[in-house]
Write a protein that binds this ligand. Structure first.
Ligand SMILES: [Zn+2]
Length: 319
């Protein structure tokens, strides 16, 4: 009997020990392959409402299907939405020759955007929405802005995260949203949230925007200034990466405030807590040199693992 108790205790200790220090396994080659595809020249920088952006939507929808995500909207992974450009904005996006000063001769133009959405049903309906934006700047002055870090990195990470949580069932329902048109004002995230059928169930947004490029192994988890209850689950996660807090306090003059810098702001405005994962701006930020060749591959892999562990902790700790 003693031996059995001892055996049981050992197993219990081992099991709990392993749980907290469990190393996250992901398919690293697939992760890199996916960010490479999303930032490839053939997608022409994924500019909003441009053919390369539509190709990206289809690729993401196919990945969601392949991985085995459920659909949120009954019929399709892609949630299309119209957006009308008028006046000065219309002229900037779709220039008309000899436009009048007041743009009165520039007609409104409506285009179609698309978010790609899938989900994993958890044990409860309370939902964590995980976002990355699929669009980037497109082609400007004949140059392709590939947007590998911004934000093919966040989008490709969605697949790895989804894969992991299909094998390691979460408590919360996880919604994966590759949202469109972040670069021109978070139009996709805004449309998604406005049209989400059970907004009251959303307890957290995890937003990833630029998680693949940093030379000093630093990744920020921004948002705990507003939502301090989210800090504890993110502390002391073992990783080669330094997970830092900050960039979320308007009174801290040493760092710019990222509270409104990406799609998480749409959730924050609705008082839905968020954690935004991202790096400091770098030399390739919003330049044609933000390419697959220029990201830090090891850093990216470690960042995705760290984010998965963070989500796992939050999933366990959220009340
Ligand atoms: Zn971005």
């Amino acid at each position: 009997m003693k031996i059995y108790i001892c055996y049981f205790l050992t197993i219990t200790i081992l099991a709990f020990g392993c749980q907290s220090k469990k190393t996250i396994q992901i398919d690293e080659n697939t992760l890199l392959e996916n960010i490479k595809i999303l930032s490839h020249d053939s997608l022409e920088g994924r500019g909003f409402s441009k053919p390369g952006n539509y190709k990206a939507q289809l690729f993401i929808a196919n990945q969601f299907k392949k991985i085995g995500l459920e659909k949120v909207n009954s019929s399709a992974y892609i949630q299309k939405f119209p957006y009308t450009f008028s006046g000065k904005r219309r002229q900037r996006m779709f220039p008309v020759k000899n436009a009048a000063e007041d743009f009165s001769n520039v007609k409104d133009t409506t285009v179609i955007g698309g978010n790609v959405i899938g989900k994993i049903s958890g044990k409860i309906n309370k939902t964590i929405v995980i976002t990355g934006h699929l669009d980037h700047l497109g082609i400007r002055n004949g140059q392709i802005y590939n947007g590998a870090d911004d934000d093919a990195s966040g989008t490709a990470a969605l697949f790895a995260i989804a894969h992991y949580f299909l094998k390691n069932k979460p408590k919360h329902t996880l919604v994966f949203a590759a949202v469109d048109a972040e670069e021109i004002g978070s139009l996709g995230a805004d449309y998604f949230l406005k049209n989400y059928s059970s907004k009251e169930n959303i307890v957290l947004n995890i937003n990833m925007d630029m998680i693949a490029h940093n030379d000093s192994l630093q990744l920020y988890a921004c948002g705990t200034h507003h939502y301090p209850q989210l800090k504890k689950p993110l502390k002391n996660i073992e990783s080669p990466i330094n997970l830092l807090f900050g960039h979320d306090n308007p009174k801290d003059k040493t760092k710019d405030d990222w509270t409104f810098s990406s799609d998480h702001r749409i959730f924050h405005k609705e008082k839905i807590p968020f954690i935004y994962f991202g790096v400091e701006d770098h030399k390739d930020y919003h330049k044609p040199t933000d390419t697959f060749e220029n990201i830090n591959k090891e850093f990216y892999i470690d960042a995705v693992k760290l984010i998965i562990k963070s989500i796992e902790n939050l999933d366990n700790h959220l009340k």
